[in-house]
Design a binder for this molecule. Structure first.
Ligand code: ATP
Ligand code: MG
Length: 343
């Protein structure tokens, strides 16, 4: 369970990212966060695993404050939280398998990961995760040889290899085509159902939110303006979240704009249907701060350092994958000093 208690985030430059957020997300839920660019979606998502430090309030994960957690506790808590980014964040020149195994590093001492030593159990987890996204046949392919959609599936597999209780996805399909978008969203939904992983996804396309969310949370100027089941998220609700002035200017909540003749470049990507061109390809971490949602935004109205390397522990069966495995090269298994090629 994730609990936000009176959460406020003010960035050093004075921008309010979140304001008075109270929110409870139950175990196993599939929640979609919607809102205009700058509404605070990423801030909210990133505060859950403390990639963003909040200014006031508290965030509890299964009753424990991640806000107040010390470094060791924070590391432990983050193990339970997988994250998927718009820009995939894979190590492009490494194999798919090696990227997925990166999901296991928090479970081992740093030296072991640096050496690329993973227990066999991790290997099984990595292959299981790849199977869940239909990519086990790509395990030994270099990440940069995959399509964008496949890379995003690898990043989902990496998150799964963490065996997380919570999966956070920040605009996971914003740079993908419509068909691939559906594949990824279906993967996330299926994984949520099969494994009961609490899933929180940021999306800016209303049509997708409608099709995949169980519960929708609408953010506007850092505040929650709607929180309810997808069935309750009517056109009026979306008009409120996205601003009535924009709705009356031609935007239809079902996706797309009424102004058929408007050149694609002039359209606001936030309102595009899934059929529109990729909205943005800038990695979240590289983004320039947005100017904010503007003065018209309503504030309220709730509609509803590594130690030196050491040898593996005696008896430990370890798996070693060299850095940057070339395409097609199987990894090498080290068993008590004996090397054998994996099947
Ligand atoms: N590092 C930062 N420094 C200052 N302001 C920031 C920073 N990150 C975000 N902001 C501001 O906080 C507000 C919320 O930003 P956030 O990135 O959470 O919005 P968002 O809903 O994810 O938008 P988008 O759809 O564009 O990703 C915006 O006004 C933004 O400009
Ligand atoms: Mg964002």
């Amino acid at each position: 369970m994730i609990e936000f208690q009176n959460v406020r985030k003010v960035y050093p430059n004075g921008t309010v990212g979140l304001d008075g957020v109270n929110l409870t997300i139950g175990r196993g839920e599939f929640v979609v966060i919607v809102g205009l660019s700058g509404a605070g979606k990423s801030t909210l998502l990133r505060s859950i695993n403390r990639l963003v430090d909040i200014t006031e309030g508290d965030i509890l994960i299964d009753g424990r404050s991640i806000v107040q957690a010390g470094p060791k506790e924070l590391r432990r808590m983050r193990r339970d939280i997988g994250m998927v980014f718009q820009s995939f964040n894979l190590v492009r020149r490494m194999s798919v398998l090696r990227n997925v195994l990166a999901g296991r590093v928090a479970y081992h001492p740093a030296w072991r990961s640096i050496l690329g030593l993973f227990p066999e159990a991790d290997l099984r987890l990595a292959f299981d995760a790849l199977r869940r996204v239909g990519l086990e046949d790509k395990a030994f392919v270099r990440a940069d040889q995959l399509s964008g959609g496949q890379q995003q599936r690898v990043s989902i597999a990496r998150a799964l290899a963490q065996q997380p209780k919570i999966l956070l996805a920040d605009e996971p399909v914003a740079s993908l085509d419509p068909v691939t978008t559906d594949v990824i969203m279906n993967d996330l939904k299926r994984i949520n159902r099969e494994l009961g992983i609490t899933t929180v996804v940021n999306l800016h396309v209303v049509d997708l939110a409608r099709r995949f969310a169980d519960r929708i949370i609408g953010l506007k100027a850092g505040r929650i303006v709607f929180d309810g089941p997808v069935e309750a998220a009517t056109d009026d609700v979306f008009a409120e979240i996205y601003g009535r002035e924009l709705a009356s200017a031609g935007w239809t909540p079902g996706g797309g704009t009424k102004a058929e003749g408007t050149p694609a470049a002039d359209r606001r990507p936030e309102f595009g249907a899934a059929t529109e061109a990729p909205a943005k390809a800038v990695p979240a971490t590289d983004r320039k701060p947005d100017p904010g949602p503007g003065p018209g935004a309503s504030a309220g109205g709730r509609l509803a350092a590594a130690p030196p390397p050491a040898p593996p522990a005696p008896g430990m069966s370890a798996f070693r994958l060299p850095d940057g495995v070339p395409a097609g090269d199987p990894p090498v298994m080290e068993r008590s000093g004996e090397r054998s090629v994996l099947p």
